[in-house]
Design a protein around this ligand. Sequence first.
Ligand code: SDX
Length: 428
Amino acid sequence: MSDKATLKYQDKEIELDAITGTEEETGLDITQLRAKTGLITLDPGYANTGSCTSDITFIDGEKGILRYRGYAIEELAEKSTFMETAYLVLYGELPTTEQLALFEKQISDESYLHYGMKGHFEGFPDKAPPMAVLSAMLNVLSCYNTDLLTTATEGPKFTVPAAKIISKVRAIAAWAYRTSQGKPFMPPRPDLSYSGNFLHLMFSQTFDMYEPHPDVERALDLFLILHADHEQNCSTSTVRMVGSSHASMFSAVSAGVGALWGPLHGGANCEVIKMLTKIHEEGIKPRDFVEKAKDKNSPEKLMGFGHRVYKSFDPRAKILKGQVDAVLKALNISDPLLDIAYELEEMARSEEYFIERNLYPNVDFYSGILLRAIGIPVNMFTVLFAIGRMPGWIANWREMHVQSLRISRPRQIYTGATLRDYTPMEQR
Ligand code: SDX
């Protein structure tokens, strides 16, 4: 079978090479299309367009498959830690005992923020959205590391900024939260795990150290594993777009935070809780809400449902659903929002509207309930998503430079006014 496609249009004809990946996905290489035919393709939202080849993550949306560097998310969720998974996503292989110990020590050593950054936090108003603070402070972090603003993909010029960002993002997030609460900053505790340290930075008081419940610490670590990477989604594509101009890793992940903030993307985990809370507090029947979500004239969506790639259950949603149950039982708490979530899922999965559009729960549908159960405030949910996604963003930023990709600059089809003369004011 030919590994080429032929495109014919009017008097133009071009052969396009077919590129097939290790999972038998095939794409047509159109890199010479405009040069040879003057034509471009048009794909708003890029639903049919591959921006790169990548070795990092593989998703099969029809089968509900997600793998980081070939390892199934279900196995990593059960057997790995976020630090081990971050190493895998960044460097391509599971670490040896020694490699993991060195990586964890590097991350632990980078836990502190330069004291000079404290003043920047005090400049934000109390109600500052934490995602705005996070995006800004990642660029401020670069101001204290001007020797690391390179596009290096090997050695300390890569491993050091990568470790700084993955480690310090916790203190930046926790300090953003504590500033909004008028609380003093806590120094990190090197004796705690990556996730345990974040919980300590968030919730410890000067004379009352927060000791994370093992099930809570494990639940947060699992949440971060599940969010570590996810192919060329909106925010990862943004990181690549910014990085393609040779802007620094700090600037690229800061831009990624901005893209992730949107309610259709990473912001959905907050929107799910707002939706469930509204249903609970206003006594809305879940059936009535589902009807609104189906109604094109209604602004309501079933937040946490649907996905550009998954046309069956998002495997992360399945794992989180099980984890929520376990954490609530371990902490001996119940959450009425979980019962509503179950009811909505049950309804949606038997509704023609959702079935014919392949709308299933995505990663955000249960993640918010899990974060609520471990005490994270709603306005910090998407910040936690960003903390988890840092290894994936950095791995994609690095892969782009290893592949020496050109600056990203999409084309367009112009549909505006054709040439016209300037008209003097009196003639307008
Ligand atoms: C993430 O890409 C990634 O990998 C992202 C992510 C990651 O890990 O990085 O997985 C994280 O962003 C998960 C998605 C979180 N967003 C939400 O939960 C918001 C609610 N979902 C939708 O907004 C929507 O499903 C998207 C944004 C997720 C996907 O949008 P698409 O692929 O552009 O699909 P669409 O909007 O064109 O919807 C197709 C149809 C439409 O109906 P019709 O015009 O065909 O009649 O499905 C309907 C939509 O109206 N639809 C929904 C719906 N989602 C889609 N109807 C009701 N409720 C919903 N949630």
